[in-house]
Unconditional design. Structure first.
Lengths: 928, 149
């Protein structure tokens, strides 16, 4: 019957060390059996019995250990109320006491008393043991019995002690038949007592071993072996003829070893108790509980419903879990029909079939495997259940035991898991990112279908690939370095890395991979999981952005553009590098990209334009037009102190209250443009001047040429007529006019050529002291000056000028000549030549005290062929030529004069050491 | 042709031209007085009876002015402007007779209220014909204001 209900209580003894020890434990038994067999045949007579050896060994191995075991057995009895524990304890007590007394009682009259005491104690101990063993085997403790009492245990042990005492007294008094006669050997009585004890010990040992075979309890194993050794030891004594003979010692040794085995049994019990978290005494009690009781306890504490059914379908067993799961009490369930009670209609027929099969053959398709079906509760509710069936044959026929587990929760959990897996699948199937895992060798173990979109490989293809085949060698190198570094690192943070993948078609794709090492409980890496995202487009966009930024930057650099923003609320400008580049400085020099408007104005804006800039900022803040923008130009100061121009174009940003919160714009350096524009303006002006001059010149020439032409034509006709009339006087006059006209035309041509040569044909300019030029001119005019009686005064210090020497002498000659020409009737003609420095400009002058010039004539006299006095000599080109020469030297020339008050002609020339005449005068002084 | 003597003021700095014009005028007009001045300043003095002409009688005021443009001291255009701005003188017809063909001069002259602008022709015949036309026009066809005598 018990065959089907083997209950194995784990004691946690599966450790290999103990296992080996357990195997070896049986060895000494056979050794002793062999040894004794040999000694019996040898029949050695030697005696070894030193004083005190026997008592000490007896005390340690056969008294102290049994007493200790007895103590715990007594406590086990008290806890469980199991008498077989108390019986074992009494056996131990009597054995310990007997061994103790036998050891220590003086053997003055031979060892008879000692032998008697020990043997009787052994017999009694054997009786106690065999009784206990039989009770245990027959059923032992059934269920929870009432606790045993301390008093009973103490009384029992006292009884044993009292018996031992009485026995001792009786033996000493010789009231007992002799057991051993020294030299002769054992008496028949002793042999009988000893033989019985031996047999009983052997039998109890056997019973315990059988029980061990069922419970696998180490305690029982060692206890059984200990008893076996005792039996062997006592058996050896049967053949002992002399106390202290070799065979006697062999027997004793076997018994001592038995004592040690008792100790081991106690220790394994203690260990088992510790493992199971219960006191040693309780654990001891547990060893002797009956299998039935254990079975019942198990059944009752099981969370699964356990139901036994007779082949006719009547319920024989209905455990607590069944009560709880189905809602029927034990009374209601017992003897009811299983099918009616808990099997839903739809399974009823099949179940009935199975039960019938079970009844006739003991077989069923339900046996030996878990079946899932639905079961019915008392309230009619159906629930998923897992059912397993076993069957056994009894005297009444086949009995089925059904274990039913309510798997509602498990089903729900499974359903939830399936649901969540479905969701996960949905996610992993739909994500554009690739989610993957791989082992440490780089072989993929999982990958989402999105992998096909990025790599072109299908999931199956990827799973057969190594990740090294999916990325470029460079990326592989970086990745491996990263993985190795991560493997060594303490932390298991995820890492992000950008790698280049190779698609199936060979093209490449940039991906961002975020991965983390997977580790086991011991923090050892076992694999990698990660997410891969295709960032090719992002990468391209980044590249494009970088390129366009570089282009913009270059464009700004080339265009000399600088960007800025102005935060109105904080009065803070923000500039960029290009902005600082315009001002020929850098952010390092300025110390940051931001500064207040005041600092900006002070650092960079030309002082004269600060007000303008301030007004513009205020206007931008105060405007109500959200689209307000301005363009203006103003002067700036470069970091090196030079002055330049910028063009500013800016816009504003308004908040929803209409306040200007920001202005932003770009500045462009237009200094060069401005300079070019100025230059162009100047050239244009000059060109216009030249054009006007040319026009005037052409007009003048045509007019001046026409005048003598008119004369020539007119008078040549007249000559004809006058000749016809023979009017000789008139002919003479006519011819004079013709001659004058021709002369005049010749002069005109000469002057025109001269003028056109001026400015076109120039000698290279030289540095020459102005005084030297005057001396040259005066030398040329020496005769004229002498004739005119004019006094020429010349200043002493003149600067050195950088001029065409010949031309400049011509200028001076012309001016001095003019002065002499227009001296009038001045009695003391005087000509003064000098220079004056005013406003950083050196001005030269030729001054006379002649007839002077009306204001209206001041400009006209420089016109070509203009003559104040028609009758005066010359064509009127002289001053035009002078003016031309001065202008070619970038100088200016003008007249100051009043009629009758003399005339001063002023002109400027390029002077060395611009702005100061001092060095130039030095040069003059230094000149010869 | 009226018997009354006409006065033509010739403002001409070129002696040859002045002589030529005088000769032509004397040939075609019997009774004509031709005072000649050589520069603009002198011309204005003549017209305003100032300077050396202060003692001159009113009757010598010219009936026609022949004006050259390029003149020393005061330019011909200035003289023209002065005449046309003077209440008493502006009625006098001023004919610009110059060798300048400059458009600028023509416009300026008319802006200054010149009555006519003529370019000195080349050749005596042509010159003569032009002067004849001028005198014929101004003294025969043209009717000046207040010419009752």
């Amino acid at each position: 019957m018990e065959k089907n209900y083997d209950v194995k209580i784990s004691e946690g003894t599966s450790r290999s060390g103990l296992h080996v020890l357990r195997r070896l434990g049986v060895l000494p038994f056979f050794v002793f059996v062999a040894l004794i067999a040999i000694l019996v045949r040898m029949d050695l007579r030697a005696v070894f019995e030193p004083p005190l050896l026997l008592p000490l060994l007896n005390t340690v191995f056969l008294s102290a250990i049994p007493f200790a075991v007895a103590y715990y057995l007594a406590r086990g009895y008290v806890r469980s109320g199991s008498f077989n524990l108390l019986l074992l304890g009494c056996g131990m007590m009597i054995l310990g006491t007997g061994a103790f007394l036998a050891g220590w009682l003086p053997a003055s009259d031979g060892p008879n008393v000692n032998v008697t005491l020990y043997n009787v104690a052994a017999l009694l101990g054997a009786v106690f043991h065999v009784t206990s063993a039989i009770i245990t085997s027959a059923g032992g403790i059934s269920g929870e019995e009432p606790r045993g009492s301390n008093v009973k245990a103490i009384l029992a042990y006292l009884g044993v002690l009292v018996f031992a005492a009485l026995l001792t007294i009786a033996s000493l008094q010789g009231a007992l038949p002799p057991f051993f006669i020294q030299g002769v050997g054992s008496t028949v009585v002793r042999q009988a007592v000893l033989g019985i004890a031996t047999a009983l010990f052997a039998y109890s040992s056997l019973l315990f071993m059988v029980r061990y075979a069922r419970t696998k309890s180490d305690f029982l194993y060692w206890y059984s072996l200990a008893l076996a050794l005792l039996a062997v030891g006592l058996f050896a004594v049967l053949f002992q003829k002399t106390v202290g003979s070799p065979i006697g010692w062999a027997g004793r040794s076997a018994q001592y070893l038995g004592g040690i085995y008792f100790l081991i049994a106690a220790l394994t019990a203690a260990r088992s108790a510790r493992v199971r978290g219960m006191p040693l005494d309780k654990a001891l009690a547990e060893f002797f509980r009956t299998a039935e009781a254990q079975y019942e306890a198990l059944v009752e504490t099981s969370s699964d419903a356990i139901i036994s059914v007779h082949q006719k379908g009547r319920i024989l067993l209905w455990n607590a879990a069944a009560v709880k799961i189905f809602g029927y009490t034990r009374d209601e369930a017992l003897d009811s029909s299983l099918i009616d009670l808990i099997i839903p209609e739809k399974y009823a027929d099949r179940m009935r079939e199975e039960l019938e099969k079970l009844a006739t053959t003991g077989k069923s398709s339900l046996i030996g495997r878990a079946t899932e079906l639905e079961a019915k509760r008392r309230d009619g509710e159906l629930f998923p259940a897992e059912l397993s069936v076993s069957a056994r044959k009894t005297v009444d026929g086949w009995v089925g035991t059904i274990i039913i587990r309510d798997i509602t929760e498990r089903k729900r959990a499974e359903e939830a898991l399936r649901e969540s897996e479905k969701k996960l699948r949905l996610v992993t199937d739909q994500v554009t990112d690739v989610i993957w895992s791989m082992d440490l060798q780089g072989n993929f173990t999982f990958v989402t279908p999105s992998v096909e979109r990025i790599t072109g490989y299908t999931v199956d293809e990827v799973l057969s690939l190594n990740f090294s085949q999916l990325i470029t060698p460079e990326s592989f190198k970086t990745t491996m370095a990263l993985i190795n570094q991560r493997m060594k690192a303490e932390t298991r943070e995820p890492v992000t890395v950008e790698i280049e993948q190779i698609r199936k078609d060979g093209s490449r794709a940039w991906c961002e991979v975020r991965a983390i090492l997977v580790v086991d409980q011991n923090n050892r890496p076992t694999g990698i999981v990660g997410v891969t995202r295709d960032i090719t487009e992002r990468k391209q966009a980044e590249d494009a952005l970088r390129t366009s930024e570089a282009q913009l930057s270059n464009a700004m650099k080339i265009a000399q553009l600088g960007y800025w923003e102005y935060d109105v609320a904080n009065d803070l400008f923000t500039f960029n590098d290009h902005f600082y580049a315009i001002f020929r400085t850098s952010v390092e020099q300025v110390g940051g990209y931001t500064m207040s408007s005041a600092r900006y104005a002070q650092l960079f804006v030309h002082p004269d334009d600060v007000a303008v800039v301030g007004i513009e900022i205020r206007k931008a803040i105060e405007t109500t037009d959200p689209l307000y923008s301005r363009q203006l130009e103003h002067r700036i100061i470069y970091a090196d102190g030079e002055i330049g121009y910028i063009a500013v174009r800016f816009f504003i940003v308004k908040d929803n209250q209409g306040r200007t919160v920001k202005t932003y714009g770009a500045n462009q350096d237009i200094t060069d443009r401005k300079r070019l524009a100025d230059e162009r303006e100047r050239y244009l002006k000059e060109l216009e001047q030249r054009n006007a001059e040319m026009e005037r010149f052409v007009y003048t020439i045509s007019h001046e040429l026409r005048t003598p032409l008119v004369t020539l034509q007119g008078y040549s006709d007249l000559v004809q007529r006058d000749l016809e009339r023979n009017d000789k006087t008139r002919v003479t006059t006519d011819l004079t006019f013709i001659q004058n006209a021709v002369t005049s035309m010749g002069q005109l041509l000469e002057d025109t050529l001269e003028l056109s040569r001026t400015g076109r044909v120039m000698n290279p300019p030289v540095d020459v002291p102005f005084g030297a030029l005057i001396r040259d001119a005066l030398a040329q005019l020496a005769e004229l000056i002498k004739w005119s009686g004019a006094k020429v005064l010349m200043a002493e210090d003149f600067p050195t000028v950088h001029v065409d020497r010949t031309r400049l002498v011509e200028v001076l000659v012309n001016l001095i000549e003019n002065s002499i020409k227009f001296m009038g009737d001045q009695p003391k003609p005087k000509i003064e030549i000098g220079c004056r420095t005013a406003d950083n400009e050196t001005v030269f002058f030729v001054k006379d005290n002649g007839i002077g010039l009306e204001k209206s004539q001041h400009e006209k006299i420089f016109q070509l062929f203009y003559k104040v006095d028609k009758k005066s000599k010359g064509s009127g080109a002289g001053l035009a030529i002078v003016k031309r020469i001065i202008e070619v030297h970038n100088g200016r020339i003008w007249v100051e004069s009043e009629a009758g008050k003399g005339c001063t002609v002023w002109f400027t020339l390029p002077v060395l050491g611009r702005g100061t005449s001092e060095p130039a005068q030095e040069a003059v002084r230094g000149a010869p | 042709m009226k018997k009354t003597a006409r006065t033509i003021l010739l403002i001409e700095d070129d002696e040859a031209h002045a002589t030529l014009i005088t000769r032509i005028l004397e040939e075609i007009c019997a009774d004509v007085e031709i005072p000649v001045v050589n520069d603009g300043q002198e011309a204005l003095e003549y017209l305003c009876q100032q300077g050396k002409y202060a003692a001159q009688e009113m009757s010598t005021r010219p009936d026609l002015v022949l004006l050259d443009l390029r003149l020393p001291r005061v330019d011909g255009q200035e003289v023209l402007k002065a005449i046309k701005q003077s209440e008493t003188l502006k009625v006098i017809p001023v004919v610009v007779l110059t060798s300048s063909e400059s458009e600028n001069d023509v416009i300026t002259a008319y802006r200054n209220h010149a009555n006519s602008y003529l370019v000195k022709p080349l050749g005596f015949g042509e010159f003569s014909a032009l002067i004849r036309t001028v005198s014929s026009y101004w003294f025969v066809q043209n009717r000046p204001p207040g010419n009752e005598k």
